[in-house]
Design a binder for this molecule. Structure first.
Ligand SMILES: [Zn+2]
Length: 459
């Protein structure tokens, strides 16, 4: 495919991706509510959209990426009541921890991280505009959106609007219609002044107000997890379109959930483990590769065995880079040339799973040639393109074989070579045994001694 075709939740098919403004792509992804530790489900979402952004750049687009921070909401307030910490301090603490994990996963920061607490004026203006258009109404200090007045509610999620009742908001008893959702919630304790008294924004309105402020009334890509389609994204479309008359988003892109033994990984159910714990146990780059080995729309059922397999695959790619670097005389990769096979695969709905499979198909014969000392210039050029793709598009850096200090191993191998030249085989063998204890195997090939991690070999 010449152009990227991406599955659009709104049209329910793969649509050809054509940004509204030349090669500029405006992208918004729902960010976190920082009130506790992130889990693997969060990591998947932000790795997927980071990779999409990187791929769009690889394909020649210029991407502007906005990700919000919900720094005030019910969960943060509950946490504040439990701990006595200020909501702002809770949000800062967990957002900083989240960013540390993202850095380990080589997720590039978004261009802007708007916070709810810094967008209150724009949110109030947005809600006032909806009230002026009689699409929203005030009731006892709350403001609600009148779902019954909006034509097309349920279009994004594909639900019949008569069944669309959001139970959490149903409980307030101040609404005209059970389907109506809160734009503003009365809150004397944690609220801001507004035309409707002290209060704070409902959850959905922030994304509409922020995206309008930073990306305009219509933008190219809106991303998030599948679980956000209803009610969050449905309500975003509804309130934005009610205000501006335009569909706010051209391509709605949703990633699949991460499950653990078949159940959704979610804080609310306790069925999850913490991202920071996982990143202590496993190399972050192997975790990132693991998250991309399933199609982004598929459910990913986490398994430790699956992650261990991917970790071996990671070691193999890291070993591949090491060999290709040694074969290039200057020790530098052949550059950032695009690999058209990778482009063709990725253009079919951003298929990282298939791209990774294809990379290994191409790497195996080149590694065979390396061991036989028979690599061609084409092998090296292809190797360079693949490594560039893995590191810059998949975002998986290959500078370390997991748990192994590459420089130390190289140094030991050099010493072994010297002993062998001096025909001091017992010392040379001592080094081989020492490496074996570190989990490193050595293979003497016509092209010199090669090393790899046990289990990560090319055989
Ligand atoms: Zn959102």
């Amino acid at each position: 495919m010449e152009r990227l075709a991406i599955y659009n939740t709104l049209t329910r098919r793969k649509d050809e991706f054509v940004p509204a403004d030349g090669n500029k792509v405006k992208m918004y992804v729902c960010g976190i509510t920082p009130y506790s530790d992130a889990h693997l489900g969060h990591a998947r979402c932000y790795v997927v959209f980071d990779t999409l952004r990187r791929y769009l750049e690889y394909a020649g687009y210029d991407v502007f990426y906005v990700q919000n921070i919900t720094d005030i909401d019910d969960k943060i307030i509950n946490k504040s009541r439990e701990t006595g910490m200020k909501p702002a301090d809770i949000a800062d603490r967990y957002f900083n921890e989240f960013m540390e994990s993202m850095k380990k996963l080589n997720v590039r920061p978004a261009d802007v991280y708007p916070r709810v607490s810094e967008t209150i004026g724009d949110i109030i203006d947005f809600i006032s505009g909806l009230i002026d258009k009689e699409m929203a109404y005030e009731s006892g200090g709350d403001v609600y959106f009148s779902v019954g007045k909006f034509d097309g509610y349920g279009k994004l999620s594909g639900r019949d609007s008569s069944e669309l009742v959001s139970s959490a908001e149903c409980a307030t008893g101040r609404k005209g219609d059970a389907r109506d959702f809160a734009l503003w919630k009365k809150d004397e304790e944690f609220g801001w002044d507004s035309p409707w008294g002290k209060g704070r924004p409902g959850w959905h309105i922030e994304c509409s107000a922020m995206s309008r402020k930073l990306l305009g009334e219509q933008f190219d890509i809106h991303g998030g997890g599948l679980d956000l389609i209803f009610p969050h994204h449905e309500n975003e479309v509804t309130q934005s379109k009610a205000l501006t008359g335009k569909d706010p988003v051209r391509y709605w892109v949703h990633n699949g959930m991460v499950t653990l033994k078949g159940d959704k990984m979610a804080k609310s159910t306790g069925n999850f483990f913490l991202l920071k714990d996982l990143l202590e146990k496993y190399p972050a780059m192997a975790v990132r590769l693991y998250l991309l080995t399933s199609g982004y729309r598929q459910t990913l059922d986490f398994s430790a065995e699956g992650l261990l397999d991917v970790r071996k695959a990671y070691d193999k790619l890291a070993g591949f880079k090491k060999e290709i670097l040694q074969l290039t005389r200057a020790g530098a990769l052949p550059g950032a040339e695009r690999d058209e096979d990778m482009v063709r695969i990725m253009n079919d709905d951003f298929n990282t799973a298939k791209a990774i499979g294809e990379i290994f198909k191409k790497v195996n014969p080149i590694m065979d040639a390396v061991f036989e000392g028979k690599t061609s210039d084409e092998d090296i050029a292809l190797g360079g393109r693949l490594i560039y793709f893995v590191e810059n598009v998949l975002g998986v850096l290959l500078d370390t074989v997991s748990d192994v200090d590459t420089l130390e191993v190289e140094d030991m191998l050099r010493k072994r070579e010297e002993f062998r030249k001096q025909k001091n085989y017992s010392e040379a063998d001592g080094i081989r045994q020492q490496l074996a204890r570190m989990g490193i195997e050595i293979k003497d090939t016509p092209a010199g001694a090669k090393w790899f991690k046990k289990g990560g070999s090319t055989e």
